[in-house]
Design a protein around this ligand. Structure first.
Ligand code: ZN
Length: 503
Protein backbone atom coordinates (compact mmCIF):
# COMPACT_ATOMS: atom_id res chain seq x y z
CA UNK A 1 0.00 0.00 0.00
CA UNK A 2 1.61 3.24 -1.07
CA UNK A 3 -0.23 5.04 1.72
CA UNK A 4 1.58 2.93 4.31
CA UNK A 5 4.91 3.22 2.56
CA UNK A 6 4.74 6.98 2.48
CA UNK A 7 2.22 8.58 4.77
CA UNK A 8 1.63 12.08 3.64
CA UNK A 9 2.46 13.60 7.00
CA UNK A 10 4.35 12.83 10.18
CA UNK A 11 4.09 14.49 13.56
CA UNK A 12 6.99 13.78 15.91
CA UNK A 13 5.72 14.84 19.28
CA UNK A 14 6.82 14.96 22.91
CA UNK A 15 10.59 14.82 22.28
CA UNK A 16 13.37 17.23 23.22
CA UNK A 17 14.43 18.86 19.97
CA UNK A 18 18.08 19.72 19.22
CA UNK A 19 18.43 22.09 16.28
CA UNK A 20 21.27 24.39 17.33
CA UNK A 21 21.42 26.24 13.97
CA UNK A 22 17.97 27.54 14.82
CA UNK A 23 18.70 28.17 18.49
CA UNK A 24 16.82 25.09 19.71
CA UNK A 25 18.78 23.10 22.28
CA UNK A 26 16.69 20.52 24.07
CA UNK A 27 13.29 22.25 24.07
CA UNK A 28 10.13 20.13 23.90
CA UNK A 29 8.43 20.78 20.59
CA UNK A 30 6.83 19.00 17.66
CA UNK A 31 8.53 18.34 14.35
CA UNK A 32 6.05 18.27 11.48
CA UNK A 33 6.74 16.61 8.14
CA UNK A 34 4.85 16.71 4.86
CA UNK A 35 6.00 15.45 1.46
CA UNK A 36 9.52 14.72 2.59
CA UNK A 37 10.15 18.13 4.12
CA UNK A 38 9.97 19.66 7.56
CA UNK A 39 7.06 22.10 7.64
CA UNK A 40 5.90 24.78 10.06
CA UNK A 41 2.29 23.64 9.75
CA UNK A 42 0.65 20.56 8.31
CA UNK A 43 -1.35 21.24 5.15
CA UNK A 44 -4.74 22.68 6.14
CA UNK A 45 -7.62 20.22 6.08
CA UNK A 46 -5.33 17.17 6.38
CA UNK A 47 -7.49 14.32 7.76
CA UNK A 48 -6.08 13.05 11.05
CA UNK A 49 -5.83 9.46 9.76
CA UNK A 50 -3.30 10.71 7.19
CA UNK A 51 -1.02 12.08 9.93
CA UNK A 52 1.18 9.47 11.51
CA UNK A 53 2.16 10.31 15.09
CA UNK A 54 5.59 9.34 16.42
CA UNK A 55 5.57 9.43 20.20
CA UNK A 56 9.04 10.76 21.07
CA UNK A 57 8.50 11.20 24.79
CA UNK A 58 11.73 10.34 26.63
CA UNK A 59 13.72 10.92 23.45
CA UNK A 60 15.92 13.53 21.81
CA UNK A 61 15.02 14.60 18.26
CA UNK A 62 17.67 15.94 15.88
CA UNK A 63 18.57 16.13 12.20
CA UNK A 64 19.99 12.95 10.65
CA UNK A 65 23.75 12.46 10.98
CA UNK A 66 26.14 13.39 8.17
CA UNK A 67 29.48 11.64 7.65
CA UNK A 68 31.36 13.91 5.28
CA UNK A 69 34.39 11.66 4.73
CA UNK A 70 33.99 7.91 4.45
CA UNK A 71 34.75 5.03 2.08
CA UNK A 72 31.86 2.59 1.68
CA UNK A 73 31.13 2.34 -2.04
CA UNK A 74 34.50 2.81 -3.76
CA UNK A 75 37.61 0.85 -3.02
CA UNK A 76 40.86 1.87 -4.68
CA UNK A 77 41.45 0.58 -8.18
CA UNK A 78 39.91 -2.73 -9.16
CA UNK A 79 39.86 -4.59 -5.87
CA UNK A 80 36.61 -6.44 -5.68
CA UNK A 81 34.61 -6.30 -2.49
CA UNK A 82 34.23 -10.05 -1.93
CA UNK A 83 37.99 -10.50 -1.90
CA UNK A 84 38.38 -7.72 0.64
CA UNK A 85 35.69 -9.21 2.80
CA UNK A 86 37.37 -12.59 2.99
CA UNK A 87 40.71 -10.94 3.75
CA UNK A 88 38.99 -9.21 6.62
CA UNK A 89 37.47 -12.35 8.04
CA UNK A 90 40.72 -14.26 8.02
CA UNK A 91 43.14 -11.48 8.84
CA UNK A 92 41.67 -8.71 10.94
CA UNK A 93 38.84 -7.97 13.32
CA UNK A 94 36.18 -6.70 10.97
CA UNK A 95 35.21 -7.27 7.39
CA UNK A 96 34.59 -4.24 5.23
CA UNK A 97 30.81 -4.08 4.92
CA UNK A 98 29.11 -4.28 1.55
CA UNK A 99 27.51 -1.00 0.45
CA UNK A 100 24.14 -2.52 1.41
CA UNK A 101 25.23 -3.39 4.95
CA UNK A 102 26.98 -0.06 5.37
CA UNK A 103 23.79 1.82 4.50
CA UNK A 104 21.82 -0.14 7.07
CA UNK A 105 24.39 0.22 9.83
CA UNK A 106 24.69 3.97 9.22
CA UNK A 107 20.90 4.35 9.32
CA UNK A 108 20.60 2.44 12.59
CA UNK A 109 23.11 4.86 14.10
CA UNK A 110 20.93 7.77 12.94
CA UNK A 111 23.09 8.79 9.96
CA UNK A 112 21.22 9.69 6.77
CA UNK A 113 23.88 11.34 4.55
CA UNK A 114 27.43 10.31 3.69
CA UNK A 115 30.14 11.52 1.33
CA UNK A 116 32.33 8.96 -0.42
CA UNK A 117 35.65 10.71 -0.24
CA UNK A 118 37.68 9.65 -3.29
CA UNK A 119 36.51 8.41 -6.65
CA UNK A 120 38.55 8.68 -9.85
CA UNK A 121 36.66 9.59 -13.03
CA UNK A 122 37.12 6.06 -14.41
CA UNK A 123 35.61 4.55 -11.22
CA UNK A 124 32.50 6.71 -11.38
CA UNK A 125 30.22 4.26 -13.24
CA UNK A 126 31.08 1.47 -10.83
CA UNK A 127 30.55 3.79 -7.86
CA UNK A 128 27.14 4.96 -9.07
CA UNK A 129 26.18 1.28 -9.47
CA UNK A 130 27.36 0.58 -5.91
CA UNK A 131 25.35 3.56 -4.66
CA UNK A 132 22.26 1.99 -6.23
CA UNK A 133 22.93 -1.08 -4.06
CA UNK A 134 23.10 1.07 -0.93
CA UNK A 135 19.84 1.62 0.91
CA UNK A 136 18.47 4.69 2.67
CA UNK A 137 21.35 7.16 2.55
CA UNK A 138 21.86 10.29 0.51
CA UNK A 139 25.33 9.78 -0.96
CA UNK A 140 27.60 12.22 -2.72
CA UNK A 141 31.05 11.39 -3.99
CA UNK A 142 34.16 13.47 -4.49
CA UNK A 143 36.01 13.26 -7.76
CA UNK A 144 39.75 12.73 -7.40
CA UNK A 145 41.39 14.73 -10.17
CA UNK A 146 45.04 14.72 -9.08
CA UNK A 147 46.13 12.17 -11.70
CA UNK A 148 43.61 12.88 -14.45
CA UNK A 149 45.77 13.47 -17.58
CA UNK A 150 43.36 15.77 -19.44
CA UNK A 151 43.40 18.15 -16.47
CA UNK A 152 47.06 17.88 -15.48
CA UNK A 153 48.41 18.08 -19.04
CA UNK A 154 46.36 21.19 -19.78
CA UNK A 155 47.58 22.82 -16.58
CA UNK A 156 51.19 22.00 -17.39
CA UNK A 157 50.72 23.65 -20.76
CA UNK A 158 49.24 26.71 -19.09
CA UNK A 159 45.83 26.09 -20.67
CA UNK A 160 43.55 26.67 -17.70
CA UNK A 161 40.50 27.13 -19.90
CA UNK A 162 40.80 23.57 -21.27
CA UNK A 163 41.43 22.19 -17.81
CA UNK A 164 38.33 23.96 -16.54
CA UNK A 165 36.20 22.65 -19.41
CA UNK A 166 37.39 19.14 -18.58
CA UNK A 167 36.52 19.51 -14.88
CA UNK A 168 33.08 20.86 -15.80
CA UNK A 169 32.51 17.94 -18.18
CA UNK A 170 33.65 15.38 -15.59
CA UNK A 171 31.51 16.85 -12.84
CA UNK A 172 28.40 16.76 -15.02
CA UNK A 173 28.99 13.36 -16.60
CA UNK A 174 30.02 11.49 -13.46
CA UNK A 175 27.44 13.02 -11.12
CA UNK A 176 30.12 13.85 -8.54
CA UNK A 177 29.34 16.17 -5.65
CA UNK A 178 32.73 17.87 -5.30
CA UNK A 179 36.44 17.81 -6.01
CA UNK A 180 39.10 15.90 -4.10
CA UNK A 181 42.84 16.58 -4.30
CA UNK A 182 45.38 14.04 -3.05
CA UNK A 183 48.77 15.67 -2.71
CA UNK A 184 50.55 12.49 -1.73
CA UNK A 185 53.25 12.17 0.81
CA UNK A 186 56.28 13.27 -1.20
CA UNK A 187 58.24 11.65 -3.99
CA UNK A 188 61.15 9.25 -4.34
CA UNK A 189 60.91 7.62 -0.97
CA UNK A 190 62.52 4.32 -0.09
CA UNK A 191 59.84 2.02 1.25
CA UNK A 192 61.58 1.62 4.59
CA UNK A 193 62.53 5.25 5.16
CA UNK A 194 60.13 7.67 6.75
CA UNK A 195 59.44 10.32 4.10
CA UNK A 196 61.25 13.58 4.79
CA UNK A 197 59.43 16.87 4.62
CA UNK A 198 60.73 18.92 1.73
CA UNK A 199 60.26 22.60 2.47
CA UNK A 200 59.93 23.56 -1.19
CA UNK A 201 57.29 20.92 -1.96
CA UNK A 202 54.51 23.37 -2.82
CA UNK A 203 56.36 24.59 -5.90
CA UNK A 204 57.82 21.33 -7.19
CA UNK A 205 56.05 18.95 -9.58
CA UNK A 206 54.34 16.15 -7.68
CA UNK A 207 55.79 13.67 -10.14
CA UNK A 208 57.66 13.76 -13.44
CA UNK A 209 55.45 15.44 -16.02
CA UNK A 210 53.13 16.67 -13.31
CA UNK A 211 52.33 20.05 -11.81
CA UNK A 212 53.13 21.52 -8.41
CA UNK A 213 50.67 21.41 -5.52
CA UNK A 214 50.40 25.20 -5.69
CA UNK A 215 49.42 25.08 -9.37
CA UNK A 216 46.93 22.27 -8.88
CA UNK A 217 45.26 23.68 -5.76
CA UNK A 218 45.03 27.22 -7.12
CA UNK A 219 43.35 25.82 -10.20
CA UNK A 220 40.96 23.56 -8.28
CA UNK A 221 39.99 26.45 -6.03
CA UNK A 222 39.27 28.58 -9.13
CA UNK A 223 37.35 25.70 -10.71
CA UNK A 224 35.16 25.13 -7.66
CA UNK A 225 34.44 28.86 -7.62
CA UNK A 226 33.75 29.10 -11.39
CA UNK A 227 31.50 26.05 -11.38
CA UNK A 228 29.74 27.28 -8.27
CA UNK A 229 30.25 23.96 -6.48
CA UNK A 230 28.61 23.72 -3.06
CA UNK A 231 31.73 22.22 -1.44
CA UNK A 232 35.25 23.62 -1.86
CA UNK A 233 38.28 21.49 -2.79
CA UNK A 234 38.48 18.59 -0.32
CA UNK A 235 42.13 18.22 0.52
CA UNK A 236 44.22 15.15 1.33
CA UNK A 237 47.37 17.14 2.06
CA UNK A 238 51.00 16.07 1.69
CA UNK A 239 52.97 14.26 4.39
CA UNK A 240 50.04 12.51 6.02
CA UNK A 241 51.18 10.81 9.22
CA UNK A 242 54.67 12.35 9.36
CA UNK A 243 55.94 14.12 12.51
CA UNK A 244 56.22 17.86 11.92
CA UNK A 245 53.60 17.84 9.16
CA UNK A 246 51.71 20.70 10.78
CA UNK A 247 54.14 23.09 8.99
CA UNK A 248 53.51 21.94 5.40
CA UNK A 249 49.81 21.56 6.21
CA UNK A 250 49.42 25.16 7.37
CA UNK A 251 51.52 26.36 4.38
CA UNK A 252 49.16 24.48 2.09
CA UNK A 253 46.05 25.92 3.72
CA UNK A 254 47.56 29.45 3.54
CA UNK A 255 47.79 29.09 -0.21
CA UNK A 256 44.01 29.35 -0.44
CA UNK A 257 44.01 32.92 0.91
CA UNK A 258 40.43 33.59 1.97
CA UNK A 259 38.97 31.09 -0.52
CA UNK A 260 37.18 28.11 1.07
CA UNK A 261 39.02 24.80 1.52
CA UNK A 262 38.28 21.59 3.44
CA UNK A 263 41.06 19.66 5.19
CA UNK A 264 40.21 15.96 5.32
CA UNK A 265 41.03 13.66 8.28
CA UNK A 266 42.86 16.53 9.96
CA UNK A 267 44.16 14.51 12.91
CA UNK A 268 46.69 12.90 10.57
CA UNK A 269 48.15 16.37 9.84
CA UNK A 270 48.19 17.74 13.40
CA UNK A 271 51.66 16.47 14.23
CA UNK A 272 54.45 18.57 15.64
CA UNK A 273 57.88 17.25 16.31
CA UNK A 274 59.44 16.47 19.68
CA UNK A 275 63.11 17.20 20.43
CA UNK A 276 64.09 13.66 19.40
CA UNK A 277 62.35 13.95 16.03
CA UNK A 278 59.31 11.96 17.16
CA UNK A 279 55.63 12.80 17.28
CA UNK A 280 53.97 15.49 19.38
CA UNK A 281 50.47 16.92 19.18
CA UNK A 282 49.94 20.09 17.15
CA UNK A 283 46.16 19.96 17.63
CA UNK A 284 46.30 23.25 19.51
CA UNK A 285 48.09 24.97 16.62
CA UNK A 286 45.74 23.59 14.01
CA UNK A 287 42.78 24.55 16.21
CA UNK A 288 44.09 28.13 16.55
CA UNK A 289 44.67 28.33 12.80
CA UNK A 290 41.11 27.21 12.08
CA UNK A 291 39.75 29.80 14.52
CA UNK A 292 41.56 32.59 12.70
CA UNK A 293 40.71 31.25 9.21
CA UNK A 294 36.94 31.03 8.82
CA UNK A 295 37.42 29.85 5.21
CA UNK A 296 38.87 26.53 6.45
CA UNK A 297 36.72 23.57 7.46
CA UNK A 298 37.94 20.18 8.58
CA UNK A 299 36.85 16.70 9.53
CA UNK A 300 38.73 15.26 12.46
CA UNK A 301 39.88 11.81 11.29
CA UNK A 302 39.57 10.18 14.70
CA UNK A 303 41.19 6.80 15.27
CA UNK A 304 39.93 4.17 17.71
CA UNK A 305 41.91 1.34 19.24
CA UNK A 306 41.31 -1.96 17.49
CA UNK A 307 41.22 -3.15 13.89
CA UNK A 308 41.19 -0.80 10.91
CA UNK A 309 41.97 -0.87 7.22
CA UNK A 310 44.33 1.20 5.13
CA UNK A 311 42.31 2.44 2.16
CA UNK A 312 44.13 5.17 0.29
CA UNK A 313 45.06 6.26 -3.21
CA UNK A 314 48.16 8.01 -1.89
CA UNK A 315 50.68 5.52 -3.36
CA UNK A 316 53.77 6.52 -1.44
CA UNK A 317 51.83 6.58 1.79
CA UNK A 318 50.35 3.17 1.00
CA UNK A 319 53.79 1.74 0.36
CA UNK A 320 55.29 3.24 3.50
CA UNK A 321 52.39 2.02 5.68
CA UNK A 322 52.60 -1.47 4.20
CA UNK A 323 56.27 -1.50 5.09
CA UNK A 324 55.87 -0.14 8.63
CA UNK A 325 52.64 -1.94 9.55
CA UNK A 326 53.01 -5.26 7.71
CA UNK A 327 56.77 -5.31 7.25
CA UNK A 328 56.10 -5.95 3.57
CA UNK A 329 57.85 -4.42 0.61
CA UNK A 330 55.92 -6.36 -2.03
CA UNK A 331 54.95 -4.16 -4.97
CA UNK A 332 51.36 -2.96 -4.68
CA UNK A 333 50.55 -0.91 -7.73
CA UNK A 334 46.83 -1.26 -7.06
CA UNK A 335 46.90 0.30 -3.56
CA UNK A 336 44.91 -2.69 -2.29
CA UNK A 337 43.30 -2.23 1.12
CA UNK A 338 44.98 -4.07 3.99
CA UNK A 339 44.01 -4.64 7.60
CA UNK A 340 46.00 -3.62 10.67
CA UNK A 341 45.32 -2.67 14.27
CA UNK A 342 45.60 0.54 16.32
CA UNK A 343 46.99 -0.41 19.72
CA UNK A 344 46.75 1.70 22.85
CA UNK A 345 50.14 0.25 23.89
CA UNK A 346 51.73 1.73 20.78
CA UNK A 347 53.06 5.26 21.47
CA UNK A 348 52.12 6.66 18.06
CA UNK A 349 48.65 5.08 17.95
CA UNK A 350 47.96 6.30 21.49
CA UNK A 351 49.01 9.80 20.51
CA UNK A 352 46.91 9.74 17.31
CA UNK A 353 43.88 8.80 19.39
CA UNK A 354 44.54 11.68 21.82
CA UNK A 355 45.22 14.21 19.04
CA UNK A 356 41.90 13.46 17.31
CA UNK A 357 39.96 14.12 20.52
CA UNK A 358 42.07 17.18 21.35
CA UNK A 359 41.38 18.60 17.90
CA UNK A 360 37.61 18.09 18.18
CA UNK A 361 37.58 19.77 21.59
CA UNK A 362 39.84 22.63 20.40
CA UNK A 363 37.56 23.45 17.46
CA UNK A 364 34.10 22.75 18.88
CA UNK A 365 33.37 26.43 19.44
CA UNK A 366 33.80 27.19 15.75
CA UNK A 367 31.23 26.00 13.21
CA UNK A 368 34.05 24.60 11.04
CA UNK A 369 34.76 21.17 12.54
CA UNK A 370 33.10 17.86 11.77
CA UNK A 371 33.53 14.44 13.34
CA UNK A 372 34.97 11.81 11.00
CA UNK A 373 36.88 8.55 11.23
CA UNK A 374 37.83 8.32 7.58
CA UNK A 375 36.21 4.87 7.77
CA UNK A 376 37.83 2.36 7.60
CA UNK A 377 41.22 4.12 7.97
CA UNK A 378 40.62 5.30 11.53
CA UNK A 379 38.55 2.22 12.44
CA UNK A 380 34.97 1.29 11.57
CA UNK A 381 32.34 4.03 11.42
CA UNK A 382 30.16 2.13 13.87
CA UNK A 383 32.66 3.20 16.56
CA UNK A 384 31.26 6.78 16.41
CA UNK A 385 29.20 6.26 19.60
CA UNK A 386 32.38 5.24 21.41
CA UNK A 387 34.15 8.39 20.17
CA UNK A 388 31.22 10.54 21.35
CA UNK A 389 31.51 8.81 24.75
CA UNK A 390 35.08 10.12 25.13
CA UNK A 391 34.14 13.59 23.92
CA UNK A 392 31.11 13.84 26.22
CA UNK A 393 32.59 12.35 29.38
CA UNK A 394 35.87 13.58 30.86
CA UNK A 395 36.13 10.65 33.29
CA UNK A 396 35.89 7.93 30.69
CA UNK A 397 38.30 9.90 28.46
CA UNK A 398 40.84 10.25 31.25
CA UNK A 399 40.51 6.57 32.17
CA UNK A 400 41.26 5.59 28.61
CA UNK A 401 44.16 8.05 28.46
CA UNK A 402 45.62 6.54 31.64
CA UNK A 403 45.46 3.05 30.06
CA UNK A 404 47.11 4.18 26.84
CA UNK A 405 50.85 4.59 26.22
CA UNK A 406 52.17 7.51 28.35
CA UNK A 407 53.27 9.42 25.24
CA UNK A 408 49.60 10.29 24.69
CA UNK A 409 49.62 12.15 28.01
CA UNK A 410 53.10 13.68 27.81
CA UNK A 411 52.98 14.78 24.15
CA UNK A 412 49.38 15.96 23.76
CA UNK A 413 47.17 18.49 25.50
CA UNK A 414 44.31 16.05 26.09
CA UNK A 415 44.87 15.54 29.83
CA UNK A 416 44.53 19.29 30.43
CA UNK A 417 41.40 19.61 28.31
CA UNK A 418 38.35 19.82 30.56
CA UNK A 419 35.80 20.61 27.86
CA UNK A 420 33.07 18.02 27.36
CA UNK A 421 30.57 18.11 24.55
CA UNK A 422 26.90 18.75 25.22
CA UNK A 423 24.21 17.07 23.12
CA UNK A 424 23.91 20.31 21.14
CA UNK A 425 27.68 20.24 20.51
CA UNK A 426 27.35 16.70 19.14
CA UNK A 427 24.60 17.91 16.81
CA UNK A 428 26.95 20.64 15.57
CA UNK A 429 29.86 18.25 15.06
CA UNK A 430 27.83 15.53 13.31
CA UNK A 431 24.95 17.43 11.67
CA UNK A 432 24.95 21.20 11.27
CA UNK A 433 28.70 21.72 10.71
CA UNK A 434 29.10 19.03 8.03
CA UNK A 435 25.94 20.29 6.28
CA UNK A 436 27.39 23.80 6.22
CA UNK A 437 30.83 22.60 5.04
CA UNK A 438 29.16 20.64 2.24
CA UNK A 439 26.82 23.45 1.25
CA UNK A 440 23.78 21.24 1.93
CA UNK A 441 21.34 24.01 2.78
CA UNK A 442 18.42 21.69 3.48
CA UNK A 443 20.28 19.37 5.82
CA UNK A 444 21.72 19.56 9.31
CA UNK A 445 18.76 21.53 10.67
CA UNK A 446 15.01 21.22 11.21
CA UNK A 447 13.56 24.55 10.12
CA UNK A 448 10.66 24.61 7.67
CA UNK A 449 11.87 23.47 4.23
CA UNK A 450 14.61 21.19 5.58
CA UNK A 451 14.85 17.66 4.22
CA UNK A 452 12.87 15.41 6.57
CA UNK A 453 15.95 13.47 7.75
CA UNK A 454 15.45 13.01 11.47
CA UNK A 455 17.13 10.85 14.11
CA UNK A 456 15.40 10.15 17.41
CA UNK A 457 17.33 8.65 20.33
CA UNK A 458 16.05 7.38 23.66
CA UNK A 459 17.54 9.35 26.55
CA UNK A 460 19.70 6.97 28.59
CA UNK A 461 19.88 7.37 32.36
CA UNK A 462 23.58 6.43 32.60
CA UNK A 463 25.10 9.16 30.45
CA UNK A 464 24.08 11.16 27.39
CA UNK A 465 26.63 9.52 25.05
CA UNK A 466 24.92 6.12 25.44
CA UNK A 467 21.93 7.25 23.42
CA UNK A 468 23.98 7.48 20.23
CA UNK A 469 24.61 3.72 20.15
CA UNK A 470 21.30 3.09 18.45
CA UNK A 471 18.59 5.31 17.05
CA UNK A 472 15.06 4.60 18.26
CA UNK A 473 13.48 6.12 15.16
CA UNK A 474 14.97 7.35 11.93
CA UNK A 475 13.09 9.28 9.29
CA UNK A 476 14.75 9.64 5.89
CA UNK A 477 13.21 12.03 3.38
CA UNK A 478 9.89 11.72 5.22
CA UNK A 479 9.93 7.90 5.33
CA UNK A 480 10.20 6.05 8.62
CA UNK A 481 13.16 3.69 8.08
CA UNK A 482 13.89 2.70 11.69
CA UNK A 483 11.01 2.10 14.08
CA UNK A 484 11.56 1.31 17.77
CA UNK A 485 15.18 0.46 17.02
CA UNK A 486 14.38 -1.91 14.15
CA UNK A 487 14.92 -1.36 10.45
CA UNK A 488 11.49 -1.24 8.83
CA UNK A 489 12.10 -0.28 5.21
CA UNK A 490 15.01 0.33 2.92
CA UNK A 491 14.32 2.89 0.21
CA UNK A 492 17.04 3.26 -2.42
CA UNK A 493 19.89 5.67 -1.87
CA UNK A 494 19.84 9.06 -3.58
CA UNK A 495 22.86 10.46 -5.38
CA UNK A 496 23.70 13.97 -4.23
CA UNK A 497 24.89 15.98 -7.20
CA UNK A 498 25.06 19.76 -7.57
CA UNK A 499 23.96 19.44 -11.21
CA UNK A 500 20.79 17.42 -10.58
CA UNK A 501 17.54 19.32 -10.01
CA UNK A 502 17.11 17.73 -6.59
CA UNK A 503 19.67 20.09 -5.08
ZN1 ZN B 1 39.62 9.01 3.20
Amino acid sequence: MPGEMHPLCLKITGGLVYDPSNGVEGQPRDVLIADGRVVDQLPPGMPTERVRIIDARGCTVMPGGIDMHTHIVALPQTTDQSEVKSMGESGTGFALPSPKDAGIVYARLGYTTVIEAAVTPDQADQVRAAIQQTPILDIGFLLELTDWPAVIDSLRQGDEASALREVARLMRETGAYGIKAVLGIGANTDAGARPKINEGFLDQPMKPGGVSPRRLLTFLSDAAHELNLPHPPHLHAAYLGIPGNIEPTLQTLELFGDRPVHLAHAQFYAYGQSADGGFASAAGRLGAFVKSHPNVTLDTGQVVFGPAWVVTRDRVLHRWLRYTLLNSDAPTEACDPFGFEYSQADPINALQWAIGLELALATIDTDQATLSMDHPNGGPFWAYPQVLGWLMDKQSRDRRLADAHPLATSHSGLAGQDRVLSIADVVRLTRSNPARALGLKNKGHLAGGADADVAIYKVQPDGPAKMFKRAEWVVKGGLVVVERGELCQTPAATLLSPFSDRM
